[in-house]
Ligand binder design. Structure first.
Ligand SMILES: Nc1nc2c(c(=O)[nH]1)N[C@H]1C(S)=C(S)[C@@H](COP(=O)(O)O)O[C@H]1N2
Ligand SMILES: [Mo]
Length: 344
């Protein structure tokens, strides 16, 4: 059987559109670009951009799958394979992990099990569709890791470090993103460390403002009037929850699930709703102004056809910025546009 082209929960980006995710520019630099291969290797060495361009470069056609749910199929990247570079630095037998570090103000990094990185055909990309990679997309040199969510594809590569123990990357550590990141297994986030009982305690006072509770499970609960301002609730589960009049102003709700939740009159002002699922959510009277809606879903992808699709419910009091419809994937944007144009 042929594999479907899109992993579960992914949608195609609009044709010709390549969103920018995470950092938008490298740290300022005076000298020319180069990378350092270091750590548990016999022969650490530096490679200038020119030297990398002089090595055998190969073109790979890969599918980009961002954890915020957009995908681009068949992108052509050209560059030098990690295997080739490492062969010239001779990794030591106890080197089991590879950490990629970026030339960026937060020293952004990501890591892979070395065997996986080689097996997947990880490479240092220098060109996209035959042209130098633009700066905002990680040029002049970025990592591309085929077969993993795109957060394993580091922009502005500056160091390749071979390690005996894993060193969690930026998104994996700070945001609870899954450390393996296989899109076909939907390894988006690590499992929550918060049990149902613990969750009940957090919800008892109806106030979780400012708290960081990754993967919190609030499904099927009566949470009317919940105060959750500026809370960090990535990957939370609020399916079918009663959240009427709740306040999620400035909250981070990326990847959270609100399917069939009652969000009437809820405040989602400036909330981060990237990759959130709001299919079937009741958003009558809800305020979503200033929220980030990249990869957010309001209408289910259904094979049954448009009429039966489960959709978010809006009314004339629902507030969504007109500019926000640029953000979700085409099918979602169309649905939002229909609402924003009003009944007609
Ligand atoms: N240095 C750096 N690399 C990074 C990131 C980042 O914030 N900084 N974000 C990652 C994430 S989450 C994604 S989806 C891709 C986005 O690449 P793009 O902006 O070229 O689409 O870069 C990855 N590499
Ligand atoms: Mo991402």
């Amino acid at each position: 059987m042929n594999k479907p082209k899109l992993p579960p929960g992914q949608q195609l980006a609009a044709p010709g559109k390549w969103p920018i995710v995470g950092e938008r520019e490298p740290a300022p630099r005076q000298s020319d670009w180069d990378i350092l291969v270091t750590g548990l290797v016999d022969l650490p060495r530096r490679w200038s951009l020119e030297e990398l361009l002089d090595l055998p470069n190969e073109t790979h056609t890969i599918d980009i799958h961002c954890v915020t749910r957009w995908s681009i199929l068949g992108a052509n990247f050209t560059g030098v394979s990690l295997a080739r570079l490492l062969a010239m630095s001779r990794p030591q037998p106890d080197g089991k992990y590879v950490s990629f570090v970026a030339h960026s103000t937060r020293s952004h990094s990501t890591s892979l099990c070395l065997a996986d990185a080689l097996h997947l055909g990880c490479f240092i990309a220098l060109k996209f569709e035959g042209q130098p990679i633009s700066l905002e997309h990680g040029g002049p040199m970025r990592i591309v890791t085929p077969g993993r969510y795109f957060y394993k594809s580091l922009k502005w590569l500056s160091r390749i470090e071979i390690l005996a123990e894993d060193r969690l990357g930026y998104w994996e550590g700070a945001a609870g993103y899954h450390n393996r990141a296989d899109p076909w297994l939907e390894e988006r986030f690590i499992a929550s460390g918060i049990s149902k009982q613990e969750a009940a305690k957090f919800f008892a006072g109806k106030n979780i403002s400012g708290k960081e509770l990754l993967g919190l499970d609030g499904s099927d609960r009566d949470l009317r009037g919940l105060q959750a301002r500026s809370s960090i609730l990535r990957n939370a589960d609020f399916q079918r929850a009663q959240l009427q009049g709740s306040d999620f102003t400035d909250a981070n709700l990326s990847g959270s699930r609100f399917m069939r939740a009652d969000l009437r009159d809820a405040l989602l002002v400036r909330a981060d709703l990237e990759g959130a699922n709001l299919c079937g959510a009741d958003l009558r009277g809800a305020d979503l102004r200033g929220s980030s809606l990249f990869g957010a879903s309001f209408v289910e992808d259904s094979s049954a056809g448009e009429a039966d699709a489960v959709t978010a419910i809006f009314d004339e009091k629902t507030r969504i910025d007109a500019s926000a419809i640029e953000q979700p994937m085409p099918r979602q944007a169309e649905f939002l546009a229909r609402f924003l144009r009003g009944p007609g």
